[in-house]
Design a protein. Sequence first.
Length: 262
Amino acid sequence: MNNKDEESIQVRWPDNRPEYSNYKRVLDNAEWYEIYEIQNNTYAFYEPGFSEEVISFLLVGKKRALLWDTGMGFAPLRPLVEQLTSLPLTVINSHIHMDHVASNHEFDVVYAWLSEYQERSQTGYDLSGMVAQLINFPFSRPLSPDFIAEKYTVYPWKYARLSDPEQIATKDGFIYRSQGSSYPFFPSEVKPLLTNIAVDIGGRILDILHTPGHTFDSIMLLEYDKRTLYTGDTIYSGELYAHLPSTWFNVFSTFFFDKQKY
């Protein structure tokens, strides 16, 4: 590739977000990630060098920590998490898309909502079709010399269903809310999103909301005491994709909050 070709494929998205200067940056030695403490004991693992600008979150409580998504897998994630907490860790995926699960294999078990794609996704992804993109397009920062684009893959991981009571009843900080006890003041349109499953990490409780639309298995975490909602890809600025076919639900009517049952 000559210099002219290199110039033609330069990535132009803003890889420095000025709003992030409002937060304390930690672990400055993390080569691929920028890590910010966005609230007390809450960290954002930002991947600014890739066009998806993926962000995973680490929430640290008094008894446990919770990792929300695991990013693109371009650089090890677990060693950085362990520098911030030594507490037992619960790992949850907001949904099954590649940019949220690629470091799942670094952890013993990862929880996610049941969908038609989950069972086969946990066997890993063949990303051979992405190689040309990884070589030619979507990076604005150098990757580790150990990273080989041609061999990029999402390795298999152990998956546990959030919707399966036998798997979560007594494990990893999960608790059950009695029906209707969680936020009875919520509007009737919102209450069906509450699953009555929550994660208690010690002094911090996060309710799990099932919010199909972007994908059927999309979920959110609601930390009501901190007025914080972790939305995955269900809410963000920019184009929002809801085009993948599904035999489980009507993608568009669900995403646009049609009241028909899904």
